[in-house]
Design a protein around this ligand. Structure first.
Ligand code: GLN
Length: 505
């Protein structure tokens, strides 16, 4: 196994900076790893991870060569210059398809870069390809992708979580040290927890949504995946910041996420959310969470119990707000402007036939729920009521942050589950999000950091939630746990992806 594949991004960047290794070599090592373990994106086998829907080999090598050339000329480059990155297939990128995991966008080559994409390229990150996802980011297992599921590098018969499962599997499977995902109700945090990674949802509005295909606009937020907290914070810093092209992006300077990273938790009040634990959480998840609290305490933090009294209404509120916004956002996929068109005698029939053929069952379910919740006569009972609950939850958070500096809970009620075990039961799938949706509804930043393993050796995660715009604090707390625990993020176990490229074939 090439050491280049297991090093954290900051160490890789340091070695490139010191001239010990070239960006092109680093890119090639990762592209070889993808070729060895990911399979053919169009026809993955049942031992292939299938993290990528498209590998952009040529442009990746060109970007890496450009970084090397700039370094040779003595140009000052950013802290992540030359580091490979996997991009969720929800961000547009010139020269590559964007499918959002859907047939309806198949064949669409967007003519522009998302703001997040262009910021990464400017920072010298090398984009390896576009990663698999639940169709339109709706799901918690990546099984709703129209292009086949992604497998969890820790156990190839299990899901990597979702919806950003391809990005998580790319990093966990050592195909990239960093990846970007999006999180609407948990789609970065839950897959991070299920694959032993750090994954963060920034404060809503801190990262531009321009060029990010919309699911539920008032909740969608892009964020990083990495194998260390520091790497996640570094990538977060690259993508954050005001963008005039996104009217919801916050017009304020982004706080430095790294200065206080190593300050520890001594004297901090860490709030355990009463409503986000207990019944419904697997014993392994509960045990790891209890261990985490003991660690925080021994590091000098004060553990306090706090309540988010309306958190138990979070899931139903989310599953009205998100589908409502989705039903409106997805109206644009009409067969006229983008991607798929199924011809029919009239425009209306063409529109119906295109949407019937192009959208998968979960997306159709959401569009129907959302359309119903917004329809006259039902709007007050569903959408409006859910919006009020959302306000109550945001107030709960504000009150809880009077008593605690950060809040913690398990990220996901379970470890990675078997492929196919929840696909027949939408409600069982939705329950994955019970601990992650409250922070989404309130807009507050939240990160998942590995906090242990189950008896079968599968990772568990703890979620750290911080007040609005205190993303720095959430990383600081996560970093303290990471240092204390010393979790090994390299997948191992009888059914894990091959540790060496040689062993993969
Ligand atoms: N699992 C949640 C859903 O299906 C969250 C998805 C997300 O965050 N994009 O809506």
């Amino acid at each position: 196994m090439s050491e280049l594949l297991t090093l954290p991004a900051n160490e890789l960047a340091r070695r490139m900076q010191a001239g010990e290794v070239r960006a092109t070599e680093v890119a090639e090592a990762h592209l070889d790893r993808i070729a060895a373990v990911d399979g053919d994106p169009a026809a993955p086998g049942d031992r292939d991870v299938h993290a990528f829907l498209a590998v952009t080999r040529e442009s990746a090598l060109a970007q890496a060569a450009d970084v090397d050339a700039r370094r040779d000329r003595g140009e000052a480059l950013g802290p992540l210059a030359g580091v490979p990155l996997a991009l969720k297939d929800i961000f547009t990128m010139r020269g590559a398809p964007t499918t959002v995991g859907s047939r309806i966008l198949e064949g669409w080559h967007p003519p522009y870069d998302a703001t997040v994409t262009s910021r990464c390229i400017e920072a010298g990150l090398v984009i390896l390809g576009k990663t698999n996802m639940d169709e339109f980011a709706m799901g918690s297992s990546t099984e709703n992708s129209a292009f086949g599921p992604t497998r969890n590098p820790w156990d190839l018969d299990r899901v990597p979580g979702g919806s950003s499962g391809g990005s998580a599997a790319a990093v966990a499977g050592l195909m990239a040290p960093l990846a970007l995902g999006t999180d609407t109700g948990g789609s970065i945090r839950q897959p991070a927890a299920l694959t032993g990674l750090v994954g963060a949802k920034p404060t809503y509005g801190q990262v531009s949504r321009y060029g990010m295909v919309a699911f539920a606009s008032s909740l969608d937020q892009a964020g990083p995946f990495a194998r260390t907290v520091e790497d996640a914070a570094l990538l977060h810093q690259v993508i954050a910041g005001h963008d005039p092209a996104d009217s919801t992006s916050i017009n304020e300077p982004v706080p430095d996420l790294l200065v206080h990273l190593r300050s520890g938790v001594e004297g901090l009040r860490i709030g355990v959310v009463r409503e986000l634990q207990g019944e419904g959480y697997e014993p392994a998840v509960e045990a790891a969470f209890a261990d985490t609290l003991r660690r925080f305490e021994s590091l000098g933090a004060e553990i306090v119990e706090v309540s988010l009294p309306h958190a138990s209404y979070g899931l139903p509120a989310y599953y009205l707000v998100a589908p409502s916004e989705c039903s409106s956002n997805l109206a644009r996929f009409d067969g006229v402007r983008y991607g798929l068109r199924v011809d029919a005698p009239t425009a209306e029939e063409m529109n119906a036939a295109t949407r019937a053929a192009g959208f998968g069952p979960e997306v159709k379910r959401r569009i129907m729920i959302g359309t119903h919740a917004l329809s006259s006569g039902y709007f007050d009972a569903y959408y409006l009521q859910a919006s009020k609950v959302r306000t109550l939850i945001a107030r709960d958070f504000a009150a809880a942050f009077e008593q605690a500096d950060v809040l913690v809970s398990p990220t996901s009620p379970s470890v990675a589950f078997g492929l196919g075990t929840k696909t027949a039961d939408p409600l069982a799938m939705y329950l994955n999000d019970v601990a992650t949706v409250p922070a989404s509804l309130a807009g507050v930043p939240a990160v998942s950091v590995p906090n242990g393993t189950s008896d079968e050796g599968l990772p568990t995660g703890v979620q750290v939630m911080a007040p609005l715009l205190r993303d720095d604090l959430m990383y600081r707390v996560a970093w303290a746990l990471e240092q204390d625990l010393g979790f090994d993020p390299i997948p191992h176990g009888p059914n894990a992806v091959a540790a060496s490229a040689e062993g993969a074939r």
